[in-house]
Design a binder for this molecule. Structure first.
Ligand code: PNS
Length: 180
């Protein structure tokens, strides 16, 4: 079945296991899925747009019909420019519903031909959000299992630049045996 191009817009600061789960599900039902990172977010981000795009590219390198892009301004305008017919968004819990409904209806008002499709991420990730991941990581807590490993490592590097110099990451030359 040809379901055309869908856009999965968001901030992805940073990408979580919930985002990745949704991308994998979306990639199965759409011909092409464009993960689109908002560039002009008012929030002061932890990761630059380029860093987020790099992480997402690495995480989706095994999904041939997934493309990573960035956009500015109105999402519906960007969707139109790439001829996307659907917007994919995740709903984790009822608490997401109100905001998502408002956004979907506003987007429909702006562009009636663009459909919003909601999908649920795996239940294990129903409490995972980028905001909470940032909060936990900034306070020094563990984020294992909440974000992919490469994101976990980037978080450590971002929050503790000395992490790069940790002994287990440095290849220590083996000591030579003394001659008898
Ligand atoms: O991951 P987020 O931060 O919940 O994503 C929100 C996002 C980027 C999808 C939304 O803020 C958006 O589409 N912004 C672009 C500007 C726009 O089109 N606003 C009208 C949406 S109703």
């Amino acid at each position: 079945m040809n379901k055309g191009t869908a856009i999965y817009p968001g901030s992805f600061d940073p990408p979580t296991n919930g985002h990745l789960d949704l991308i994998q599900r979306g990639a199965k039902i759409f011909e092409e899925l464009v993960v689109a990172i908002l560039r002009n977010s008012e929030k002061s981000p932890m990761f630059s747009v380029a860093e987020r795009a790099d992480m997402l590219r690495e995480l989706t390198s095994d999904l041939p019909n997934v493309r990573i892009d960035t956009f500015d301004g109105l999402m519906v305008e960007y969707a139109k420019s790439i001829e996307a017919t659907c917007v994919l968004r995740g709903i984790r819990a009822i608490s997401d519903y109100e905001y998502e409904l408002q956004m979907a209806l506003m987007n429909r008002k702006l562009e009636p031909t663009l459909e919003t499709v909601f999908m649920m991420p795996a239940v294990n990730y129903s409490y995972v959000s980028s905001r909470l991941v940032r909060e936990v990581a900034q306070a020094g807590g563990p984020v294992k299992g909440l974000v992919p490993e490469i994101v976990e490592q980037k978080l450590r590097e971002k929050l503790d630049p000395a992490y790069k110099l940790q002994p287990e990451l440095i290849e220590v030359p083996k000591k030579r045996k003394k001659k008898a």
